[in-house]
Ligand binder design. Structure first.
Ligand SMILES: Cc1cc2nc3c(=O)[nH]c(=O)nc-3n(C[C@H](O)[C@H](O)[C@H](O)COP(=O)(O)OP(=O)(O)OC[C@H]3O[C@@H](n4cnc5c(N)ncnc54)[C@H](O)[C@@H]3O)c2cc1C
Length: 485
């Protein structure tokens, strides 16, 4: 049976038919979209508590009623891993929340994470039938988070069933979403999986990048614990390509390797003054705070808590950095972005939350120089004002300099968040890998196999900086292909 037929058969199950008949579509569409309860903006701008509080059962059931259970659910085409959205949403409507959580797990390894950080407005929700009727889309992301949290809070998360052990050793380099989802699927197939992680913490960007107020570490730890219960071994503080080589892995009997080392190398603009003290990358800033407690008074590795902080960039990393700076006491926490707000790659929710928390948006501004004091510490930045021109290759309108429109601002901390590149270590030490001019590993698109027949790769190391759900999807795809081989 192909997937379409399977979906049709499930939709025709008596409980789904009954549910559809229980309410007219026009009444479903008339229900207003639920609002995610959240912490007060003044309180949270000084706190690390999670901003979004999650839906109540009543709110979730009411929101689930808005879904029309379409015969050809367009929302699913917007999901990179093809989550069976109507199935999990309709299970919420009939109050079978654990069934909803199970439906999510059929295709998504980390639903509590994705429900919090996926850009749903650009994916599943952007394809919702409601939009064609000039109504707001079903809050699929909020419902996903609800079902996953409910399962966890009820203590009902079960360890998936595993195939009998086949004793074949598989190595994973990197413990971000790509590595974790690959490890989970390979363990289910019966392999003996070891994940090697360069840092002292497991979780990749989910831990070192995305702050607690958006994604608590405890949520990620639950998923990691399940993998451990499934027999996946984790070795931290181990850099593949340095601490342990490709040849060492072979000698230790590993028959397959999945490279999921992400894109953690920060980009800089190469403008004068970027080497001044007080100018740092968002990666360093967030990692020091999220993994090394640099925000604590008693830390041995502090970061400077600026009062006038500028973050350069307009993506999720920039939003996470600027909201962190605000929480660390910045009076002026500013986003400096060379295009307009419309072109910002950050999730809409993050931009909204940032504004509510008092973040200043200097759009259509681009730094051209940083000026230091006599001790080599940043004190000012020079900004070039921009306007929008014709669309560029990305389809977004190109920022163009306005001649002579220059401004100088006082700052005491600058965080550069203008994108990342893959770490070159594995591409340069696994001889025989095919690497693009951007440093990403080139793979067969169907299997994610590299030019080395026992090495597969996925996530940001293949795509450049992308998203959690795409990384997870790659992990699953590579696992299926390696198992089939
Ligand atoms: C601050 C920030 C916020 C983000 N917000 C969002 C968001 O809201 N929504 C969203 O969908 N996406 C978001 N992203 C992007 C998303 O997190 C990434 O696309 C995703 O994490 C990529 O997953 P990955 O598994 O490929 O790599 P990563 O998550 O980067 O994990 C790679 C892991 O490999 C380890 N590693 C590297 N080299 C080696 C080596 N040689 N040996 C062993 N281990 C190694 C690294 O230490 C790391 O732990 C954000 C990214 C950042 C930086």
């Amino acid at each position: 049976m192909d997937n379409k037929e399977y979906l049709k058969e499930e939709r025709n199950e008596p409980w789904r038919e009954e549910l559809r008949k229980s309410m007219k579509n026009k009444d479903r569409v008339a229900i207003p979209r639920v609002k995610m309860p959240e912490l007060d903006a003044t309180y949270r701008s000084r706190s690390y508590d999670e901003v979004n509080l999650g839906l109540s059962l009543e709110q979730a059931v009411q929101e689930a009623k808005r879904c029309l259970d379409c015969p050809d659910p367009s929302c699913m085409s917007g999901c990179p891993v093809g989550v069976n959205i109507p199935k999990f949403v309709k299970n919420i409507e009939r109050n079978e929340i654990l069934e909803a959580a199970k439906a999510l797990k059929e295709t998504s390894a980390l639903p509590a994470v994705c429900g919090r950080v996926c850009p749903q407005e650009k994916q599943c929700e952007s394809q919702c039938i409601h939009l064609k009727m000039k109504s707001e889309s079903v809050a699929i992301g909020h419902l996903e988070r609800f079902a996953a949290d409910y399962e966890r809070e009820k203590g009902s998360i079960s360890v998936p069933q595993l195939a009998a052990s086949n004793g074949i050793k598989i190595a994973v380099a990197g413990s971000g979403p790509a590595g974790l989802s690959f490890a989970g699927d390979m363990a289910k197939y019966g392999y003996d999986v070891t994940v090697f992680e360069a840092l002292h913490e497991i979780g990749g960007v989910l831990k070192y990048g995305i702050p607690e107020f958006r994604l608590p570490n405890s949520i990620v730890d639950v998923e990691i614990n399940i993998l451990q219960k499934m027999g996946v071994k984790f070795i931290t503080n181990c850099i593949v390509g340095k601490t342990i080589s490709y040849e060492d892995l072979h000698e230790q009997g590993f028959k397959g390797i999945f490279v999921a080392t992400g894109a953690g190398l920060p980009n800089f603009m190469n403008i004068p003054g970027e080497n001044l003290s007080g100018v740092l990358s968002s990666n360093e800033y967030l990692t020091r705070i999220n993994l090394m407690g640099a925000n604590r008074e008693d830390t041995e590795t502090p970061v400077f808590f600026g009062k006038k902080v500028a973050i350069i960039g307009g993506g999720n990393t920039a939003m996470d950095s600027v909201r962190t700076a605000r929480r660390l006491g910045a009076d002026k926490a500013m986003i400096v972005y060379r295009r307009s707000e419309e072109e910002m790659p950050a999730r809409l929710e993050e931009v909204k939350h940032a504004k509510e928390e008092g973040i200043i948006f200097l759009t259509l501004h681009n730094p051209i120089e940083y000026i230091g004091d006599e001790k080599g510490r940043i004190k000012q930045m020079v900004l070039q004002k921009m306007e929008l021109g014709e669309p560029d290759a990305s389809g977004r309108r190109r920022p163009v300099e306005i001649p002579g429109a220059i401004e100088t601002l006082d700052v005491d901390l600058v965080i550069v968040a203008i994108g990342v590149s893959p770490n070159p270590l594995i591409p340069s030490t696994f001889s025989g890998l095919n690497v693009s001019k951007w440093g990403t590993i080139i793979v067969n698109q169907d299997s994610l196999q590299t030019d080395l027949s026992d090495v597969y790769a996925g996530g940001d190391i293949v795509r450049g900086g992308a998203t959690v759900i795409l990384a997870m999807g790659d992990g699953r795809k590579a696992a299926a292909a390696m198992h089939k081989k």
